[in-house]
Each structure stands twice: as C-alpha cells, then as structure tokens.
Design a protein around this ligand. Structure first.
Ligand code: PLP
Length: 377
C-alpha cells in the first residue's frame, strides 16, 4: 500500500466555481461572437490541467491552449475532445501524432512545414495556426516574404489545413498603449496581406487575458485566457481598473504540527538567525522550499492562523518553516498561506511582491508534492 500524497497536512485548494465565474464574466464582457480558449499549460498554471479544462468547457470555453504536445496528449488521454492548440514548437516528426489526436499546432517556419509534409500527417490533415511575430520577439513569422512562402506550402499540401492565424502581445498589461498599437497594426497589415492572397482562416486571435480585459473590441473571434481565468490580474497596474472583479481559485493551506514555548535567547532554524526576545510561542508548519515555498518568502512573510496574521521566523527549510504565534494554539490548527481566514486575506499577489516577481509564478512554483483538492458546487 503506497501512502497517498494527500496523507500530508499541507494542501492546495482550488475553487473550480471561481474559474467558471471568471469565464462567465468574460463572456459578458466580450462580443457575443468571441470564442474562449482556456489556457491550461503548465498543469493549468499549477491548478491541475484536467480538472480545470473540464470545468472551463462546462462554463463555455470551446478551445484549450497548452505549450507542449505532451500537455495536449494528457488532456486527450483524459477523454477531453474539444480542439486543443499547442503554442510551442512541436518537432516535425510528431506532426502525424498531433494530427491523429486532433491537436492543432502552431507553425512559423517554412522548413518545418517542408519536413512535416515529407514525414507527414495524411489523414486527417494537420490543423495549423500561423503565429505572426508582430513584436513579441519570441516565436512567429516576422517577414512578409516568409509568410507568403509558408502560405503557399500550406495551400498546396493536402496534409495541412490552415485553421487559424494569431499573434501575441508583449505589453497589453501596461500603459501607455503605443507598443501595443504598433503590434496590433502590424497584425492587421499581415492579415490584410493574407486576405489579398485568398487566405481566410476560420480563427483569428491575438488576446491574452490583459488584451481581453483592456481591449474587448480588438480580440477578433477567439481569446486565449490564462491568468485571469484563474482569478488573478495580469499586472499590478491593471488591478485598480479591472472591468469586473476576478475570483481567485488558488489557495494554500497547512496545519500546525508542533507548538512550543521558547525562552529569551533561544533560536529558530538553520543559521540560528532568529532569536526569541522573551518567552515566545513558536509553531512548525510542514511546508518548505521543496514544495515551492521559497526561502526568500521568509523575509517579510506572514501566514494566517485563526484569522490573524503571524510572521514567519527563521529560515524556511526544505520541508518545514516556523511561525511566531501570539499565544499557544493547538496542534492541527489550520494555517492559510494563500487565501482567506475570517476577515484576513493573503493574496497570491502579496507572495509575488515578497519574491519580487509576478503572480503567474506563484501557483506554478507550488510543486506537485503538494496535493490539489477541489471544491465545486
Ligand atoms: C500563456 C499564453 C497565453 C495566456 O496568457 P495570460 O496572460 O495568462 O492570459 C495566451 N497566449 C499564448 C500564446 C500564451 O503562451
């Protein structure tokens, strides 16, 4: 008998209803004709890809987006049948596997198309989305001549079907809007060229969460929602001006596993850097940097116990960290590291600020050693 992961006293709780609420709010915010792609790459930003995908589909998402072919195949193996787009570069010799599993691939290299045609998917044809690099500088076709040549190969080869054309914005989450508009105008210029060549793909898309929130009239017919589907703002700058409120889905919890009283001068954790000033109640929480609760959170970090904020003391260890309680508490008392207890709340964004990073990183970094539990009505 193998011990279950959830035999441990630390867990992530995902509120799937909040994900559905966020999708519904986007549907009301966006034009009626806009389809929603739920972006579930990186195990749904740490929320659990299969559970999130199923919930998002029930809430009205008609597409899924992932970074890797393996992530798409995992969704297919779980019985999910809606269209899936892979954003990353899949090897050309895996094109047949993608086609057979009805997985759409991002394309942006002429040579890739030639290789894939040779090794080829035959039946069904491979559905491809052309990625246009309008200023992100990451993946995508940059030159009109390259675009022309790629379109010719796609049109001539019966093993490909051009299903979509898209781009990705670098600055949709921050003002001023001039770089965004530069990218948007380049995208429109490239779309106009495609039209001139008789290419009219069914799907045109450019919007991540920030674009869908800030520019609902500039999203064409599909939006790719990641961070805000999970209930987080794409940037600190956008938080005060969101068009609707977002419901965060990700919370992180644990329980006290030891509570003891230290005397003045006694120390806590590696390096003995924290020293009790007087009699202090110190408790141990079973979560550490191997779980993604990084050492740098210790500086300024707090957690909630019985609705009160309490400080992390001493260095965070691989599997444990310590906190200072205002009074003795029971073993087993619930600790909330991210989320709400009574009137107190620690947001993902607060942990991101402590680590001098963005909220996207936080749920992604909580490792799969921490079991995910789901609430859904
Ligand atoms: C990750 C990703 C998204 C989602 O972005 P959010 O900012 O999380 O909404 C959209 N499009 C592409 C190409 C991506 O890689």
């Amino acid at each position: 008998m193998v011990a279950q992961r959830d035999s441990r006293d630390s867990w992530v709780k995902i509120n799937l209803d909040h994900i559905a609420d966020n999708i519904q709010a986007f549907q009301e915010h966006l034009p009626n004709s806009t389809a929603i792609m739920a972006v579930v790459k990186a195990d749904a930003y740490g929320h659990g890809a299969v559970r999130v995908a199923n919930k998002a589909i029930r809430a009205g998402a008609s597409w899924l987006g992932v970074a890797l072919l393996s992530e798409a195949l995992e969704l297919r193996q779980a019985g999910i049948s809606v269209p899936i787009l892979v954003f990353g570069r899949v090897r050309s010799d895996d094109a047949g596997s993608a086609a057979r599993n009805h997985i759409s691939l991002t394309v942006f290299q002429l040579e890739w198309l030639r290789e894939a045609r040779r090794l080829g998917p035959k039946d069904p044809p491979l559905q491809v989305h052309l990625n246009l690099d309008t200023g992100m500088g990451r993946l995508g076709v940059r030159e009109m001549l390259d675009l022309r040549a790629m379109v010719q190969v796609i049109q001539e080869a019966s093993c490909f079907h051009l299903q979509g054309v898209y781009t990705h914005f670098a600055t949709a989450d921050e003002g001023p809007n001039d770089y965004f508009m530069k990218q948007f105008n380049r995208f429109q210029k490239m779309l106009a060229a495609l039209k001139k060549w008789g290419v009219t793909p069914a799907l045109i898309h450019c919007a991540n969460s920030a674009t869908a929130l800030n520019f609902p009239a500039k999203v064409f017919n599909l939006v790719r929602l990641g961070i805000s589907m999970y209930g987080l703002a794409p940037s600190e700058e956008m938080k005060p001006n969101l068009p609707f409120s977002l419901q965060p889905a990700f919370t992180l919890h644990s329980r006290l596993i030891q509570v003891k009283q230290l005397k003045a001068g006694e120390a806590v954790s590696y390096g003995a850097t924290y020293v009790a000033k007087g009699k202090e109640w110190i408790a141990t929480v079973p979560l550490g940097y191997a779980d993604g609760w990084l050492r740098n959170i210790a500086t300024g970090g707090e957690v909630l116990v019985e609705g009160e904020r309490v400080p992390i003391v001493g260095r965070i260890c691989m599997d444990f960290f310590m906190i200072r309680l205002p009074a003795q508490k029971d073993i087993g008392a619930k600790v909330t590291l991210i989320g709400r207890q009574h009137d107190a709340c620690i947001e993902v964004d607060e942990v991101a600020r402590l680590l001098d990073t963005i909220n996207y990183e936080i749920p992604c970094m909580i490792s799969d050693r921490v079991p995910r539990k789901y609430v859904e009505t």
